[in-house]
Design a protein around this ligand. Structure first.
Ligand code: C2E
Ligand code: MG
Ligand code: MG
Ligand code: MG
Length: 290
C-alpha cells in the first residue's frame, strides 16, 4: 500500500514537472522575437517623497502582452528569460526604453525626474555590463544621476568583491544603486556597511507586517540605513496608515498603490505634473533650513 502510494506520488510529481517544462517552453517560444514584434512595453510607477509628497522618480516595470498567451506577468516570464538566455536582449531593451523615456520627460518640463531599472543578476554578472549602461546613457545624452539600478541582495552578494568593483564604476558615472526587495534574501544588515550602494528598498512584506509586530523591524532598518547615509524606499504602500507610520519613522521615499499603480508613460507624466503642482518641493530644496 505504502509502495503504491509512493509510486503514484512520484507519477504525480513527474507529471507536474512535465507540465512546468511545457509551460516554460511555450513562454520561451513566444518570448523569442517579442521585442522585435513590439509586444513588450514599460510601465512606470511613481516614487514619492514621504515628506513632501512630490514625485521624484519612476520605477520601470516591464509588461508583455502576447497575442498567443495574453498578458503574462514579469514574475512569470523574467525567470524564463533568465533560464533561456533571453534576459540580455530583454534587459537591454528595458534599459534603453527607460533611459529614452526619462530624457523625454526631462525635456518636457520635469528636469529633476529620475528612473529606476531592475537588473537581473545575469545582466549584472556580465563583464561588459557597466560599459553597456554607459553606452546607453551616452546614446540618449542622459546624465548618470538620472538613473538608478535596482539589484537584489542575491545578485549583489554572490560575489561581493566583484560586485563592489562594478558598483564603484557605476557610481563613478553618477548612477545610483538600490538594493531591491531588502529583507527577503540574506536579511543581513551587516553587508550594507561595506557594499557600494545608495538606496535600500524595503520589501513590501515588511511594510505589510508593520500593523502586526513588524514596526520595530522597519524602524531598525531605517535607523541603520540612515546611519550609513543610505536612502530608504518603502515598497508596496497601500494604506494611509502604512504611509503615516513610515513618515513618522523618517523613511525617505514611498511606492505603492496608495499613490499610484504602474502607469503607461503618458499617464505617468500627467500624474507627475498634477501631483507636483499640488504639493510643495521638499524644504531641503527650497530653503537653506526649514
Ligand atoms: P519589483 O522590482 O520588486 O517591483 C515591484 C512590484 O510590486 C511590481 O510588480 C509592482 O507592480 C508591484 N507593486 C507596486 N506597488 C504595489 C502595491 O502597493 N501592492 C502590491 N501588491 N504590489 C505592488 P510587477 O510589475 O508585477 O513586477 C514584479 C517583479 O518582476 C519586479 O519586482 C521585478 O523583480 C521583476 N521585473 C519587472 N520588470 C523587470 C525588468 O524590466 N527587468 C527585470 N530583470 N525584472 C523585472
Ligand atoms: Mg524593483
Ligand atoms: Mg522591489
Ligand atoms: Mg518586491
Amino acid at each position: 500500500e505504502a509502495k503504491r502510494r509512493g509510486r503514484n506520488g512520484m507519477q504525480f510529481y513527474n507529471q507536474q514537472i512535465e507540465q512546468q517544462t511545457a509551460e516554460i517552453h511555450r513562454i520561451e517560444v513566444q518570448l523569442r522575437g517579442a521585442v522585435e514584434r513590439g509586444e513588450l512595453s514599460v510601465h512606470f510607477q511613481p516614487l514619492v517623497s514621504l515628506a513632501s509628497r512630490q514625485v521624484r522618480s519612476a520605477e520601470a516595470l516591464l509588461r508583455w502582452t502576447s497575442p498567443v498567451l495574453g498578458i503574462v506577468s514579469p514574475a512569470t516570464f523574467i525567470p524564463v528569460a533568465e533560464q533561456r538566455g533571453l534576459i540580455h536582449a530583454v534587459g537591454s531593451w528595458v534599459l534603453d526604453t527607460a533611459v529614452d523615456q526619462v530624457r523625454q520627460w526631462r525635456a518636457a518640463g520635469q528636469p529633476d525626474l529620475g528612473v529606476s531599472v531592475n537588473v537581473s543578476p545575469l545582466q549584472f554578472e556580465r563583464d561588459d555590463f557597466v560599459a553597456q549602461v554607459q553606452a546607453t546613457l551616452q546614446r540618449h545624452s542622459l546624465a548618470g544621476s538620472a538613473l538608478t539600478l535596482e539589484l537584489t541582495e542575491g545578485s549583489l552578494l554572490s560575489d561581493f568583491a566583484a560586485s563592489n568593483i562594478k558598483l564603484r564604476e557605476l557610481r563613478a558615472l553618477g548612477i545610483q544603486v538600490a538594493v531591491d526587495d531588502f529583507g527577503t534574501g540574506y536579511s543581513s544588515l551587516a553587508y550594507l556597511r561595506t557594499l557600494q550602494v545608495d538606496i535600500v528598498k524595503i520589501d513590501r512584506s515588511f511594510i505589510w507586517a508593520m500593523q502586526d509586530d513588524g514596526l520595530t523591524f522597519v524602524e531598525a532598518i531605517v535607523r541603520i540605513a540612515h546611519h550609513l547615509k543610505l536612502r530608504i524606499v518603502a515598497e508596496g504602500i497601500e494604506t494611509p496608515e502604512q504611509c503615516c507610520s513610515l513618515q513618522t519613522l523618517s523613511c525617505d521615499l514611498g511606492q505603492g498603490y496608495l499613490f499610484s499603480k504602474p502607469l503607461p508613460s503618458a499617464e505617468f507624466l500627467a500624474f507627475v505634473q498634477e501631483t507636483n503642482r499640488a504639493t510643495q518641493p521638499d524644504a531641503a530644496h527650497a530653503l537653506p533650513h526649514g
